[in-house]
Design a protein around this ligand. Structure first.
Ligand code: FES
Ligand code: FE
Length: 391
């Protein structure tokens, strides 16, 4: 099926990428309302381990409680609002969270348990002053948070199609081999605009186009070209014939996952996209996540993590072979994304125009616009059924 846009449509206004006031509204209407990826559950190993997850001005404490469950609370004391965490990660070794300001203490389930130096106070019930809980969902070992207490959609409801595509990978048991973060000078939407098209691929990603020949044509799928028909198996982007994974030589040096759904792995990789915070690519021998976090209107943190089979011997992993292609693509994309940001800032009252293959950029931008209007769309509706790594 040809998804090409049939007429010249405008992009979002450039002001949406450079105006701090608009950025603040996007935080409120998108980032503070959607499911956001916070990391692998294996980051928390012992009772009391915590990490602070920050989006915009919102700080969330994610901790492991006495029952071994992950809990999430806003990092704000119920007395006069102080931040509770004095470090971005650590351990509440005593099983208590104690405010650094006036030493109110909370249990790991958020209950207020101690208020030192407080005389009797009429109308004050500690049970009414527990930490404010943040919704947390764990799928396949991936931890997601939702800051909206009234979020109307579950993680599963928002991303059922994406989850189904990678359901035959042993996601929950994967082990992290390497993780790295890069803060780069572009608005978070530039990341997704870029991920969702491959018009840039021939000029930006020579190595990737060698691995996946259709990308070298500037198309996500073969049927993006006029007149091309065929089943999904014919038109999906796929690895060149002698390649089995996204590695410099196209070969796997790690154990391949057993029992993958033959249809899911037929192209050689499977994408799952969780806008606005993360996408993952499942390969035969590893799974890679690329997550984004807005820093300000013109800066975004991009983090990449490589997840491998739990039986893979850490000492035996050829880290360069595993990470080179994924890192190269992310940094190639970051370079042109910074050019995009710089150019939009030079013409902040302008807008661009979408080319026919940029149908999923259109889908993403329409979703952003709908969310800014206040519509409750949980996730974009993609035109193509396979995401491409431009990301
Ligand atoms: Fe936390 Fe006062 S603000 S105890
Ligand atoms: Fe790219």
């Amino acid at each position: 099926m040809n998804h090409a846009l049939g007429s010249a449509l405008p992009t979002l206004p450039f002001s949406w990428y450079v105006d701090p006031a608009h950025y603040a509204q996007e935080l409120e209407r998108i980032w503070y309302r959607d499911w956001l990826y916070a990391g692998r559950a294996s980051l928390w190993t012992r009772e009391g381990d915590y990490r602070v997850f920050t989006t915009g001005t919102r700080r969330v404490i994610v901790l492991k409680d006495a029952q071994g469950e992950l809990q999430a609370f806003l990092d704000s004391c119920r007395h006069r609002g102080s931040a509770l965490c004095t470090a971005e990660a650590g351990r509440f070794a005593t099983g208590r969270i104690t405010c650094p300001y006036h030493q109110w203490s909370y249990a790991l389930d958020g209950a207020l348990i101690s208020t030192p130096r407080r005389p009797e106070l009429a109308g004050f019930d500690p049970a009414d002053h527990g930490l404010q809980r943040v919704a947390l969902a764990c799928w396949g070992g991936f931890v997601f948070l939702n800051l909206d207490p009234a979020a109307g959609h579950s993680l599963e409801a928002a991303f059922a199609v994406e989850m189904a595509g990678v359901s035959s990978w042993p996601l929950a048991s994967l082990r992290s081999a390497h993780r790295e973060s890069h803060v780069r000078a572009f608005n978070w939407k530039v990341f997704w605009d870029n991920y969702l098209e491959c018009v840039h691929c021939p000029g930006v990603h020579p190595q990737l186009c060698d691995l996946i020949p259709v990308y070298g044509t500037g198309q996500l799928r073969l049927d993006d070209a006029a007149g091309v028909q065929g089943s999904a198996a014919d038109v999906e982007p796929r690895l060149r014939e002698d390649a089995r994974s996204w590695t410099p030589d196209g070969q796997c040096r790690l154990p391949e996952f057993a029992n993958l759904d033959p249809q899911a792995i037929a192209p050689g990789m499977r994408f799952a996209t969780f806008v606005p915070s993360v996408f993952m690519v499942a390969h035969r021998d590893y799974v890679r996540t690329v997550s984004v976090r807005p820093i300000d209107v013109a800066h975004t943190e991009v983090s990449i993590e490589w997840l491998v089979h739990p039986d893979a011997d850490p000492a035996a992993i050829d880290m360069a072979h595993l990470t080179d292609v994924g890192r190269t693509v992310v940094l190639e994309d970051a370079r042109v994304s910074e050019f995009a940001q710089r150019g939009m800032a030079a013409r902040p009252d302008g807008a661009g125009v979408l080319m026919p293959q940029e149908y999923d950029v259109r889908a993403f931008q329409q979703w952003v616009a709908a969310r800014m209007r206040g519509d409750a769309l949980a996730a974009p509706v993609w035109e193509g059924d396979v995401r491409v790594e431009a990301g």
